[in-house]
Design a protein around this ligand. Structure first.
Ligand code: IMP
Length: 335
């Protein structure tokens, strides 16, 4: 996908702020350095003599964590979690799974969680709760970037690098589909796939709808076309508009995302699921259909539009399902 990049935080600015954060952390954990200096020479170390445990979240935080720890004077041990999250974009249900757990025990120890970015907050909320549950003596959070506009759950950030707007960023550890982690700065990642501006209404009396909240139409089609009081949507798969990739988590996650994409497309034309008159569902394996049916039922509520369901050999981008809709436009949107 063609992209454009805009530098948001230059490398020098990152370095300056990381140095400041390290100084703040050093000052707060000075007592640990003092304990280490006083020493219990020749004796077995006790848990309370342990250094600060710096915990990173793979993979995004590694560049920040390394730079920060290189500037710290307090003694530190280092360990990592790796997580994956399930849910749909802004409507994420916050289900975060631990894919790699810590090797170190944290009971009775001071822990500093180091994260690249706090977005919805689900990831750090889950990890902070887990660290406390495991009996850490203290747990603090240091986040390089804070995106408060995307927040779904309250997260106290003890050390914050920068507050940024609700944009997708890459570089200095952060990726888009595993790319750009090694950029020395933070850049705003923007797909240039937004279609060229289309006249609101063509001579044929059609209106072409586009929303950034659903994957952009990359090709000679539109997300949805309105004509004579009806809206025809293109098929939606479980593609995340923020990353341009099929969401992780298999069929159910893809079904949620596809439905969310359709909700956004309908909303861009001023209607919702309650206005749908006909749906066509394509699935690669009909055995998955009952799971889709449950989520589809949730989205439609009491509404029961007509529907066709077909099993297909393959779908674009290796998707497991695709759905398109025909909806009735509200009176104001009818031509
Ligand atoms: P949260 O659970 O929504 O707060 O998400 C945190 C994780 O999502 C981060 O550790 C990143 O891996 C990823 N993430 C959130 N926003 C961005 C972004 O703008 N660029 C790259 N990754 C992001």
């Amino acid at each position: 996908m063609p992209t454009s990049m805009r530098v948001l935080i230059p490398a020098a600015e990152l370095a300056r702020r990381v140095t400041e954060l390290a100084a703040l952390i050093d000052a707060d954990y000075r007592h640990l350095a003092a304990t280490a200096a006083a020493g219990r020479r020749g004796k077995r170390p006790r848990p309370e003599d342990d250094p600060l445990v710096a915990v990173g979240v793979l993979k995004g935080s590694v560049f920040f964590l390394a730079d920060l720890l290189l500037r710290l004077n307090v003694p530190v041990a280092v360990d990592f979690f790796q997580t994956s999250s399930y849910g749909i974009g802004g409507e994420s249900r916050g289900e975060v799974r631990i894919r790699k757990d810590l090797d170190l025990a944290v009971r009775g120890r001071d822990v500093l969680l180091i994260e690249d970015i706090v977005d919805t907050g689900y990831t750090v909320r889950t990890i902070l709760d887990l660290l406390r549950f495991r009996g850490a003596r203290s747990v603090r959070l240091c986040a390089l970037l804070d995106k408060p506009a995307a927040r779904q759950v309250e997260v106290p950030i003890d050390y914050r690098g920068f507050t940024i707007e609700n944009v997708f960023v890459v570089g200095y550890g952060l990726d888009y589909a595993e790319r750009y982690r090694n950029l020395p700065h933070i850049a705003v990642w923007q797909p240039m796939s937004a279609p060229p501006p289309i006249p609101e209404r063509s001579v044929s009396g059609m209106q072409f709808h586009h929303t950034d909240q659903a994957p952009a139409a990359i090709g000679p089609y539109s997300q949805a076309v309105a004509v004579e009081g009806w809206l025809y949507t293109s098929g939606q798969v479980g593609l995340d508009p923020a990353t341009g990739a099929i969401v992780e988590g298999g069929f159910e996650a893809q079904a949620r995302r596809a439905l969310e994409n359709l909700r956004q497309v309908l909303a861009s034309a001023g209607c919702g699921f309650a206005d749908v008159v006909k749906a066509t569902v394509y699935v690669v394996d009909l055995a998955d259909f009952p799971r889709l049916n449950a989520l589809y039922g949730e989205a439609m509520g009491e509404h029961r539009p007509a529907r066709s369901t077909v099993q297909v050999a393959a779908l674009p981008r290796g998707a497991l399902l695709e759905i398109d809709l025909i909806a009735r436009l509200p009176a104001a949107g009818r031509s």
